[in-house]
Design a protein around this ligand. Structure first.
Ligand code: SAM
Length: 331
């Protein structure tokens, strides 16, 4: 194990021994009231995710789900409710103390179809084509070889499988190595956007789409950028609507309404909505998607591809939104 991996493992062993996380995010910022009520208190105290990958994964009864960096088990148990006993959930985590906590919580929720195994994101202890779904919450940027971690997702997914990954993005490449490592281990910074873009292009996964962008707020108030990326198999419909609207909130709301109405009229699925106001963010995401739009413009991203960039004062008419939605829903 590298020094960096040992440092990260120690960070999480110590948190697990303490039984309480001070990292991002408070589970009440991520999960709904019914989900919070279903999770044991110990899971909530240690939960350290920056998104809600299960929400976008459309997990069905009987499916296999792998959670990379499962921590105290929050997302495994939420996925386990959806797979039911006919399915299977495997949490992978290198920290023995975290796995011991997760196993205790599994006994509390009495889900014998959820198991926890030792392993690292960059070399998962699982066979090829093992799982229908991969989820991961605030982990992949922690891997010493993040590119290998993304390739591992492609390897363990069954043909037609899908994944949803929430992660912290936006490290400071200029920070001294020890500071960078400490911040990274605590998920205060992740890979830089440039690193992430290169990794996603080379990971061998298809149908990449952004399903959520935002700011992860730590329990101590520290803030970092978070992103949820999905990919793989999907049925026709609009699975991901992301709007960037620096300074154009009202126009963005109107555009979101037009997209929802078009989906209703066309009888298409409409799930997933996120928005971002930050100009720097919009610029990065547009770049990540390979677009040439201006970050100051209102940008509509549907199913992971730029559908429209517009000036807030000149929104297209409902009929053209319908045409755009028809085209993008098939992607
Ligand atoms: C920020 S916590 C997130 C835990 C959990 N996903 C959640 O949402 O609460 C990061 C977790 O990833 C694990 N981890 C750290 N490095 C890892 C790696 N290289 N591969 C897999 N898991 C890792 C840690 O032990 C820890 O449990």
């Amino acid at each position: 194990m590298t020094n960096e991996a040992a440092f990260v493992q120690l960070t999480y062993d110590q948190l697990a021994q303490l039984g309480r996380s001070d990292l991002c995010c408070s589970p009440s910022d991520l999960y709904g009231p019914e989900e919070l009520a279903a999770l044991p208190k110990g899971v909530l105290s240690l939960s350290s995710g920056c998104g809600h990958p299960v929400e976008g994964a459309d997990v069905r009864p009987g499916e296999t789900v792998v959670d990379i960096g499962s921590g105290a088990g929050a997302d495994c148990f939420l996925a386990g409710r959806l797979t039911g006993p006919a399915g299977r959930v495997v949490g992978v985590d290198p920290s023995p103390a975290m796995r011991a906590r997760a196993e205790g919580h599994r006994d509390e929720v009495d889900m014998r179809w959820v198991s926890f195994v030792a392993g690292d994101a960059s070399s998962l202890p699982l066979p090829d084509m093992f799982t229908d779904v991969v989820i991961s919450n605030c982990v992949l940027s922690l891997a010493v070889d993040a590119a290998a971690a993304w390739r591992e997702i492609a390897r363990v997914l069954k043909p037609g499988g899908r994944f949803v990954v929430s992660d912290i993005v936006g490290g400071d490449p200029a920070a001294p190595p020890e500071e960078h490592l400490a911040a990274k281990a605590r998920c205060e910074s992740g890979l830089t956007w440039d690193e992430y873009r290169t990794i996603l292009r080379g990971c061998g996964l298809h149908g990449l789409r952004l399903i959520r962008v935002g700011t992860a707020t730590f329990r101590d108030g520290h803030r970092a950028q978070s992103v949820t990326i999905a990919g793989g198999d999907r049925t026709a419909g609009v699975h991901s609507v992301v709007l960037h609207h620096p300074g154009h909130g009202d126009a963005a709301a109107e555009l979101a309404g037009l997209v929802a109405a078009a989906c209703r009229d066309l009888d298409l699925r409409h799930t997933g909505y996120a928005h971002s106001r930050e100009t720097a963010w919009s610029g990065r995401l547009i770049e990540l998607l390979g677009g040439a739009g201006d970050a100051e413009d209102l940008t509509l991203v549907l199913n992971g591809a730029i559908a429209l960039t517009a000036h807030a004062t000149r929104l297209p008419p409902p009929q053209s939104i319908k045409e755009i939605v028809t085209e993008m829903s098939a992607r």
